[in-house]
Structure formats: structure tokens, C-alpha cells
Design a protein around this ligand. Structure first.
Ligand code: CP
Ligand code: NVA
Length: 310
């Protein structure tokens, strides 16, 4: 079953094929109203269920619109409206949804819920963010980076601040696609040893330092994410803010990257915390191209999952 659970599950060729499809479809529908279907409507008759255990703006709207543009439909299911919220098992929920819809996208707390859905649904399952990873975001990020830098291989991406789910998926993508990934974060906020070992085995170049200036030196792109992810506990907030404040992406930090470096952020952003307003609202920021590309990149992911790619 062609699921989309983690970037690490794919080859370089498979990732590039999805990105090429995303680029082609984005160009082909220029000028169309957003709700109009692509000319070939390849997913006509298909419906995707969208399960949310956590809030979402981009993932929710982009998957719904992606299905419409591909000629199919989507239904949004908040977990507290499902019997899942009253204790029905994820396995039974998966089996039922697999009888009702053609595919499932889920945003969950524990990553194991995604793998359980995939094991029991009998239809393709897409990871729309878990506590571990956020592979859909990285497909949009790659599309955006390629649009602005005309290539991926050989680029240097700097990640500054907390290392969470988005960072993990980025490490996987950088290792597979031949990009250098430089992390600037305090110890204790570094990625898991296990994903670093995986990247090393793949020949990936991942460098980690506590010095944010060293991390961004020579970078084509500087990225960060919120310091308080949806899976972090409220009690951690004060400590995280204090520990991570020296890692805010400021104009001064951006000045240490390449002269033409861009700034990316998966959003939602917190101005004055992980990024200064002058950076995210400034000329080097491409965060809204990145948000838009969630739609285009995920259309390619959906075509992969429904066996309609290439
Ligand atoms: N970047 C992202 O996944 O945004 P949402 O949480 O709004 O879906
Ligand atoms: N790391 C963030 C990403 C939000 C899209 C979170 O998990 O909350």
C-alpha cells in the first residue's frame, strides 16, 4: 500500500518525481480559480478523510483544496467528534474508515497512531504531522527552495532553534537529496541520535553546533520553527523560551548567511520569539510561497498514494 508516512521511506528518485509533478501541476493551472479542477481530474470519484487530533490551518485547507483540484473530495473529521475521542481504538477506526473512504490523512499526537492507521485501514494513509515528523511540510519546503534557488543538490540549509518534527523530516530529506544541513541549537534541543545515525548511514552531511552564527554561515536558506510545538507541555514553556532566545533569527543572524539566502518557516510563526518580525516580514522571507506550496506538493503526494503518478 503506497502510504506517505516519512520522507525516509522514499528514494531520492521517488521524491524528485513527486516534486516534478507538483511543479508541473502548479504551472499548468495558473490563472484558474482555486476551486476549479485540473484539466485531467485524476482523482475523480476519490474521497480523502482528514483526521485532526490537533489544530491546523495549512494542512486542513491544502488537503481539502488538493482533493478538489484533483477532481475528488475530502471530509474533515475532528477527533473529538469521532468515537475515537471516546476511546474507540485507532485500529477499529482505521478499519471502518477504510470501508468508507479511499484514503486517510491524519494529524496525531503519537506517531504510532499513524502507523496503526496504515496497518489497519487497507487504504493509503498520509502523515499530516505527528510528534515525530512532518513529511508533507518538507515536500512543500523542497518545492519552494527549488523555485527560489533553481536546484536542491549541493545547497546548504541552516536550521536554528528547537529541533522537533519538522527538523527530523528535513534531516531525512537533506540526506537523501544531497544537501548540507547545519543545525544551531542548544544541547538538549538537538535531534534524536537515531535520525542522525540514519542520515550518517545515507551519507548525509548534518552538522550540529551550539553557535547559531556558525550554523548559518554559508547557508542558502535559514529555517526555524516554533519553540513550543503542539506536543510540548505547558510547563516546559518558560524554560524553552529562556533557553532558545539566543537562537532567534534576527536580521543580524541572517546577515551571516549567504547574501542571497532566503528565510523559510513552516508557520504558524511567533514574531519576537523564534523569528524577528523584520526577517519574516522582510524581503528574504518566502514563507507564503512555502505555505501555498503545501497545496501543490500534496497533490503530488496524493497522486503517489493513489497510484496515479507518472
Ligand atoms: N505548517 C503547518 O502544518 O501548518 P498547520 O498547522 O496550520 O497545518
Ligand atoms: N513543530 C510544530 C509544527 C507546526 C506545523 C508543531 O508540531 O507544533
Amino acid at each position: 500500500m503506497p502510504h506517505f508516512i516519512d520522507i525516509a521511506d522514499f528514494s531520492k528518485e521517488a521524491l524528485l518525481a513527486m516534486l516534478a509533478e507538483a511543479k508541473r501541476r502548479k504551472a499548468a493551472r495558473a490563472g484558474l480559480p482555486k476551486g476549479a479542477a485540473d484539466a485531467d481530474a485524476p482523482l475523480a470519484g476519490h474521497v480523502l478523510a482528514l483526521i485532526f487530533e490537533k489544530p491546523s490551518t495549512r494542512t486542513r485547507t491544502s488537503f481539502d483544496m488538493a482533493m478538489r483540484q484533483l477532481g475528488g473530495g475530502a471530509m474533515t473529521l475532528n477527533s473529538h467528534d469521532l468515537q475515537l475521542g471516546r476511546g474507540e481504538s485507532i485500529e477499529d477506526t482505521a478499519r471502518v474508515l477504510g470501508r468508507m473512504v479511499d484514503g486517510v490523512m491524519a494529524r496525531v499526537h503519537e506517531h504510532e497512531k499513524i502507523t496503526a492507521l496504515a496497518e489497519h485501514a487497507g487504504v493509503p494513509v498520509i502523515n499530516g504531522l505527528s510528534d515525530l515528523s512532518h513529511p508533507c511540510q518538507i515536500m512543500a519546503d523542497l518545492q519552494t527552495l527549488e523555485e527560489h534557488k533553481s536546484r536542491l543538490e549541493g545547497l546548504t540549509v541552516a536550521w536554528v532553534g528547537d529541533c522537533a518534527n519538522v527538523t527530523r523530516s528535513w534531516i531525512e530529506a537533506a540526506a537523501l537529496l544531497g544537501m548540507t544541513f547545519k543545525i544551531g541549537a542548544p544541547q538538549g534541543y538537538w535531534p534524536d541520535e537515531e535520525v542522525l545515525a540514519w542520515a550518517d548511514e545515507k551519507g548525509g552531511e548534518v552538522l550540529i553546533t551550539e553557535d547559531p552564527a556558525e550554523a548559518v554561515e554559508g547557508a542558502d536558506c535559514v529555517m526555524t520553527d516554533t519553540w513550543i510545538s503542539m506536543h510540548h507541555r505547558e510547563e516546559e514553556k518558560a524554560r524553552r523560551m529562556a533557553d532558545l532566545m539566543p537562537y532567534q533569527v534576527t536580521p543580524e543572524l541572517m546577515a551571516k548567511a549567504k547574501e542571497d539566502a532566503i528565510f523559510m518557516h513552516c508557520l504558524p510563526a511567533h514574531r519576537g520569539e523564534e523569528v524577528a518580525a523584520e526577517v519574516i516580514d522582510g524581503p528574504r522571507s518566502v514563507v507564503f510561497d512555502e505555505a501555498e506550496n503545501r497545496l501543490h506538493a500534496q497533490k503530488a503526494v496524493l497522486l503517489h498514494c493513489f497510484g496515479k503518478l507518472g
